[in-house]
Design a protein around this ligand. Structure first.
Ligand SMILES: [Zn+2]
Length: 370
């Protein structure tokens, strides 16, 4: 941020710029901003369901990754590339404060140029047709928020709202582990388990918009509850949170393990370190998590016959602790024919997948011929 001085108007959070202000901001930004040079128009868009009318593509397209602790925004520079992201802490004050901060972050990313379209990934279930966020458990006061309309009002452009794991899946499909496929499944395993589906070249969102919740498929009839309280979900066995919870429960039941020395701060990384050091309890927990993931993937292979299943998220750091039992378990369930046509691989984009996905989705939605 440079020193304040008299000059063209600065965008204000929550206050749409007037036509005159937009003109001034555009003139200023045009000198600073490299023009958006899309290499191609890769997809035929659907051109419906977003609030507002798309602008010409010479104005920037912006992707936003909304997280529980961080808002990141960046201008799309191609079908799956983005400029230097703007990062700001997510305000704690409720939905209006967060929406204002998102709008401010978008205009900071464009250097004040009015965007042609914005795509945002939200950490919770959404209806992408209407821009409604059903809920976002990590964000205070985000239930039934019409994020698409409220952001379109602030920014004066159409805003596409998507689930963040779906956008990470779209990123991996566009530019990562699923590139070149038509049928692709993405699983992310960290504190929770999420995912997304690309089938026949389209991101699948289903009738309610919430499809792709691969962490909440049944994995064990009598399994522990997931983060949403369902007994027996994959997430209740295979997430980092679940692995730590199960370690604590085993210790409380008197099982001997070097994890007893860790104390209340015990998390999945402690369990991973103990497993790598040969601890039996820790090894068993990763084995069970990997096996549950593998069986779930085997079921997905049977239902969808994907070309690639990519696995991302923080638990990937456990490497073969997770992948060896995972690979072994897929064949316990999957039919041989679709399994032969399916590769199960680590995801390629890491923590940038959310923002790559958001900018790529903005390009997909708002460079359509109609
Ligand atoms: Zn669940």
């Amino acid at each position: 941020m440079g020193p304040r001085r008299a000059g063209p108007p600065q965008p204000r959070p929550g206050v749409p710029l007037s036509r005159r202000e937009l003109g001034a901001a555009r003139g200023r930004g045009a000198r600073r901003q490299r023009p958006l040079a899309l290499a191609r128009r890769p997809h035929r868009g659907r051109g419906h369901g977003d609030v507002g009318e798309p602008g010409p593509v010479s104005r920037p397209l912006v992707g936003v990754d909304l997280g529980g602790s961080l808002i990141r925004a960046a201008v799309a520079t191609g079908p799956a590339t983005h400029g230097t992201p703007v990062r700001h802490p997510t305000p704690a004050g409720g939905a209006v404060a967060v929406l204002d901060a998102i709008a401010a972050g978008v205009l900071e990313a464009t250097a004040g140029v009015a965007p042609a379209g914005v795509a945002i990934g939200v950490p919770g279930p959404v209806d992408p047709r209407t821009g409604l966020v059903y809920a976002a458990p990590n964000l205070h006061g985000w239930e039934g928020i019409e994020a698409g309309r409220l952001l379109a009002d602030r920014l004066g452009c159409p805003v596409a709202v998507q689930n963040d794991a779906n956008l990470a899946a779209f990123a991996e499909w566009t530019a990562g582990a699923g590139r070149g496929t038509r049928d692709f499944v993405f699983l992310t395993v960290s504190t929770g388990v999420g995912g997304g589906l690309i089938l026949d070249g389209e991101l699948v969102t289903g009738a309610a918009g919430t499809a792709g919740e691969l962490g909440h498929v049944p994995a064990d009839l009598d399994g522990p509850p997931c983060g949403q309280g369902h007994a027996g979900c994959l997430e209740g066995i295979a997430s980092g949170t679940a692995i730590a919870d199960r370690a604590r429960a085993a210790l409380a039941a008197g099982e001997r393990s070097r994890l007893a020395a860790v104390g209340d701060s015990l998390d999945a990384r402690d369990v991973q370190a103990a497993a790598e050091a040969g601890d039996a309890l820790a090894g068993r927990l990763f084995d069970e998590a990997g096996r549950a993931l593998g069986r779930a993937i085997g079921g997905i292979v049977n239902v969808l016959s994907p070309e690639v299943v990519a696995i991302g998220g923080g638990l990937l750091g456990a490497g073969e602790l997770l992948f060896t039992p995972l690979r072994a378990a897929i064949g316990e369930i999957a039919f041989a024919v679709p399994l032969r046509r399916c590769r199960v691989v680590p995801a390629a984009l890491g923590t940038d997948a959310g923002l790559v996905g958001a900018t790529a989705w903005a390009v997909r939605r708002f460079t359509a011929e109609g």
